[in-house]
Design a protein around this ligand. Structure first.
Ligand SMILES: *Cc1c(COP(=O)(O)O)cnc(C)c1O
Length: 473
């Protein structure tokens, strides 16, 4: 296996191997890691992957990104364990909703959202690398709801990890909050920030940029800025595309988008040689990406709460990776765009670059009433119960006429309807039931700390948590 190296989108950090990229998350220059070159599979190599069990398919594809950091057999062992925690034998089943539209159900993992697919594997990779190195790290993460619970469920009680998750107080659903705050493992701490998800994300970034703190705490990230997470999300697009006829048939994808990680994984699958011809990005009223695609208006507005809280985001971190590629992998130009965005809240994307983006991507925005109408429509017409995030993607797919898009559309079904029961009940009159393993969630004890949007206070809390566990260990 040749050595796979990663470069920063901002060009000021030395190229790194997979292990370092996994542990570091964000590059020292504030950029995101990208593979130095894309591993490309030939059509015959893709055909040979058809019909494999998901754990094996995913190990084969992810191994193209890990280089010699671990053997194929080790990786296959981890994917087998990770996906054994899913409640469906196909792990990521495909369900037909209409003549052209297929839901790729990514929510059969322990916390009922697609983030389990990557994080169940990531926690095992972290533990493997750290145990090998005899090291211990502190993972900090910001969540709009689903990353946090998935990270906590994946990392709880793992000996080499401490975990601190920041969520915006009162802006996650009750199921989301309880899935985080009822895990009382000593290596897990929850902080409710008096602010928005973007505030939480900014706090996490600020902790990483604070070099002495970062070194002292041995900080690591599990947010979707971590390349390993993107890599772990590529295989499900491959599984769906292969079963719909790829590489001999073109497909499109429709993805409900927040931080741009999930759709970026689909785009990466295309770079690896899958014929994914079009990318549909679904947004709620926080529609920065749709505005960008419609009129080259990449400007952040205030975040407004919606029925799809995991998409209540105005700064889509992973967009930087696409921007880097669209700018011909020019790190200086990428860094300039990002610093202009940071300074002014507006990204001056060159017109030619924007036009390139619009050839591949289209944006679609759906407000809350539209989302409820779509959930009702799907239930009435296809007998399907969709959560609000998934419904935005199904509506986005249907908004494109068959004459404009005559190929199967893989719709990322990102959350189980029972994770957002109030919206589903309002739309359909049906209260979706939690799977058995979570049936007593509302009775469990919760534990979390509320803090203001202040870096110093958050750092102090992280330090206290990590230190306590080191002393106890
Ligand atoms: C995280 C999440 C999204 C957004 O995914 P990104 O990778 O951030 O674009 C969409 N739907 C659900 C249910 C999520 O949990």
């Amino acid at each position: 296996m040749p050595c796979m190296r990663y470069v920063s989108t901002r060009g000021e950090a030395a190229p790194r191997g997979f292990e370092d990229v996994l542990l570091a998350g964000l590059a020292e220059d504030g950029g995101l890691f990208m593979p130095e070159s894309w591993p490309v599979l030939s059509p015959d190599e893709w055909r040979a992957l058809r019909g494999l069990p998901y754990a094996e398919l995913s190990a084969r594809l992810i191994h193209r990104f890990t280089g010699d950091a671990l053997t194929f057999d080790e990786l296959h062992g981890f994917t087998t364990e990770a996906y054994a925690s899913f409640r469906h034998p196909a792990v990521v089943p495909l369900v037909q909703l209409g003549p052209r539209d297929f839901a790729l159900e990514l929510f059969h993992g322990p916390t009922l959202a697609f983030k389990d697919v990557a994080l169940q594997l990531l926690a095992r990779l972290f533990d493997h690398v750290l145990t090998k190195r005899g090291e211990r790290i502190t993972i900090v993460g910001a969540t709009s709801g689903d990353t946090g619970s998935a990270a906590i469920e994946a990392c709880r009680d793992r000996p080499s990890l401490d975990l601190v998750i920041l969520h915006p107080q009162g802006r996650t659903s009750e199921v989301q909050r309880r899935q985080m705050t009822t895990v009382l493992s000593p290596n897990v701490a929850n902080i409710a920030i008096q602010g928005s998800f973007d505030d939480c994300q900014d706090l996490v970034k600020a902790m990483f940029v604070d070099a002495p703190f970062r070194t002292e705490m041995r900080l690591a990230a599990v947010n979707s800025i971590n390349w390993a997470r993107i890599a772990a999300q590529i295989p499900y697009y491959a599984a769906a595309a292969l079963s719909l006829g790829a590489p001999d048939r073109e497909v499109a994808v429709s993805v409900p988008t927040g931080n741009f990680g999930n759709v970026l994984a689909a785009w990466a699958a295309k770079q690896m040689g899958l014929p994914i011809k079009h990318f549909i990005i679904g947004s709620n009223r926080n529609d920065i990406l749709s505005r960008f695609l419609a009129s080259n208006d990449m400007s952040a507005r205030g975040v407004e709460p919606s029925l799809s809280p995991s998409m209540d985001i105005q700064v889509s971190s992973n967009f930087e990776r696409l921007l880097f590629e669209l700018l011909g992998r020019d790190p200086v130009a990428t860094a300039q765009q990002m610093s202009a965005f940071r300074a002014t809240g507006r990204m001056p994307v060159p017109d030619a670059t924007w036009r390139e983006a619009t050839k591949l991507f289209s944006g679609f925005t759906l407000d809350d009433p539209g989302t409820l109408a779509e959930i009702a429509h799907l239930h009435r017409d296809a007998g399907y119960l969709a959560d609000p995030h998934t419904a935005i993607a199904t509506a986005a797919a249907r908004a494109l006429a068959p004459s404009d898009l005559h190929m199967p559309v893989i719709i990322a079904a990102t959350a189980h309807p029972a994770k957002f029961p109030d919206a589903v009940q309002r739309a359909t009159g049906i209260h979706p039931r939690l799977p058995l393993a979570l049936a007593d969630l509302y009775e469990r004890e919760e534990r979390f700390t509320v803090l203001p949007n202040e870096l110093r206070e958050v750092e102090a809390q992280v330090r206290a948590h990590a230190r306590r566990n080191t002393v106890e260990a």
